[in-house]
Design a protein around this ligand. Structure first.
Ligand code: URP
Ligand code: ZN
Ligand code: ZN
Length: 462
């Protein structure tokens, strides 16, 4: 009998207790041994010499095939998870959003159907609470079913998704009761409505175009909303997680709340680290519109600092892909732009190139923010997020310096444009393994759609 099915040999292996040059032995779907000169008799050997071997990335904020802004986002579970795998992502968490009169369970069933038979990698969902009064008594049942993270949006009234303070307060109380966690999209809707109304004139739209997206969302729109959500977390003791935080002010609020023991965590997205709102002035500025919108270089610098010092725990993407044709629906009115950008394929390459290679994060810190923290916070650490014996053999093997030039035609995403067009990025996965199976080989996707599995969870939070 062979000791291992696969041995990943001679790479720089990043583990929670430090990095070493050596081997990883895989038996079935799990990591069976970490060491040096492991027995390769009868095993498939993957040469990782001269490469980093890092834990598979968890992108815990994606929207695949999302009906939104009058259209449906262009990456589904086939293209989206192929893109993910190429970037070393081995787990995604999407958001199941109830229909106009739907229950939480129906939302979960709908999203399960989107993923089943299509997903190349493992997945689960945050469950969105859009009508608190109806949904509040369904929370316990969803936790029992293995969904331990919930989400409320402080904006998107026109989509029928918006939650108020009463909903956040009551949901956070229930999160405490169930050992679950509430994710919040924090933007201050009423003041935002007012700023949009003031600027929504033919003259101003002609004058500013997509720049109005930035003009109508000053930093206080996010800061006030984060402050309010933090207040409800502090009052209830319910675990809160701020999604896609984009401002320096937000980072300060989180840091201060954490220092007084409020159970709040924060995520940023890689686009807030590497892009800024100057893009809106370009001819294609509308393509970059997402909520919250891109901010200033000083915000990016503060978010990098927050990653280093700890108040920002996770980097995700908020992938919500729209093609050029879909984005053209705006016809000069920024309020009609389908909001969101592609991201899964470039999450790790961007973080590696702009973070690790430019000295803002160590390789180990990158793995913490892309894999270990998201797995722990989302209740998946028993299987995902770290290279350790007993864990799922989800691995990405990356060359330390070899770059690829971003060209939308070469990418797996269904987007026909990229915010990073022409950028030279290192960190694409030469090889990706998901539960011991090679799904990306020599930078090309080789795994089959539908092999990904739903991940059951029993808890969430810090
Ligand atoms: O622009 C974005 N972020 N689109 C997806 C929906 C959301 O707010 O996360
Ligand atoms: Zn959001
Ligand atoms: Zn989102």
């Amino acid at each position: 009998m062979t000791q291992f099915d696969t041995v990943v040999r001679g790479g720089n292996v990043v583990t929670p207790s430090g990095s070493y040059v050596g081997d990883i032995g895989i038996k079935g779907e799990r990591i069976a041994a970490l060491g040096d000169n492991l027995d390769t008799a009868g095993a498939k050997v993957i040469d990782a010499s001269g490469h980093h071997v890092i834990p598979g990335v968890l992108d815990v904020h994606v929207h695949l095939e999302l009906p939104f802004c009058g259209t449906v986002s262009a990456d589904d579970y086939i293209s989206g998870t192929r893109a993910a795998a190429r970037g070393g992502v081995t787990t995604v968490i999407d958001f199941a959003i109830p229909s106009a009169d739907g229950t939480l369970a129906e939302a979960a069933d709908t999203w399960m159907r989107k993923a089943e038979g299509k997903s190349l990698i493992d997945y689960t969902f945050h469950i969105c609470i859009t009508r608190y009064n109806e949904h509040k008594d369904q929370i316990a049942g969803m936790v029992e079913r293995g969904f331990t993270t919930f989400k409320e949006f402080m904006i998107y009234e026109s989509e029928g998704w918006q939650s108020d303070d009463r909903a956040m307060f009551g949901t956070l109380e229930r999160m405490k009761e169930h050992g679950a966690m509430l994710l919040v999209h924090a933007e201050s809707s009423r003041v935002l409505d007012e700023l949009i109304a003031r600027n929504h004139t033919p003259e101003l739209m002609k004058q500013h175009g997509a720049v109005l997206h930035a003009i109508t969302r000053p930093n206080f729109i996010e800061a006030e909303a984060i402050q309010r959500a933090v207040q409800w977390s502090e009052a209830t003791g319910g675990q809160l997680y701020i999604v896609h935080m984009s401002t320096a002010e937000g980072s300060e609020i989180i840091k201060s709340a954490q220092s007084r023991g409020v159970p709040v965590l924060a995520e940023t997205c890689v686009q807030y680290l590497v892009l800024d709102d100057s893009v809106f002035a370009s001819e294609d500025g509308h393509l970059y519109a997402c909520c919250p919108q891109l901010k200033k270089p000083a915000d990016s610098a503060r978010l990098w600092k927050g990653l280093k010092s700890g108040e920002v725990s996770v980097i995700s993407t908020d992938t919500c892909t729209f093609t050029r044709e879909q984005k053209a629906m705006w016809e000069g009115d920024w309020t009609k732009i389908p909001m969101g950008m592609p991201g899964l394929e470039t999450l790790m390459p961007l973080t590696y190139t702009k973070g690790v290679l430019e000295g803002k994060l160590t390789l180990e810190e990158m793995c913490m923010k892309l894999s270990t923290n998201p797995a722990r916070i989302m209740g998946l650490e028993h299987r995902k997020g770290a290279i350790r014996v007993g864990g799922d053999a989800d691995l990405a093997i990356i060359h330390p310096t070899r770059t690829h030039t971003i060209d939308p035609k070469e990418l797996e995403t269904n987007a026909d444009w990229s915010p990073y067009n022409g950028w030279e990025l290192a960190g694409f996965a030469r090889t990706t393994l998901s539960r011991g199976e090679v799904i990306v080989d020599d930078y090309r996707v080789t795994g089959k759609a539908g092999r990904g599995q739903w991940l059951k969870r029993t808890r969430a939070g810090a």
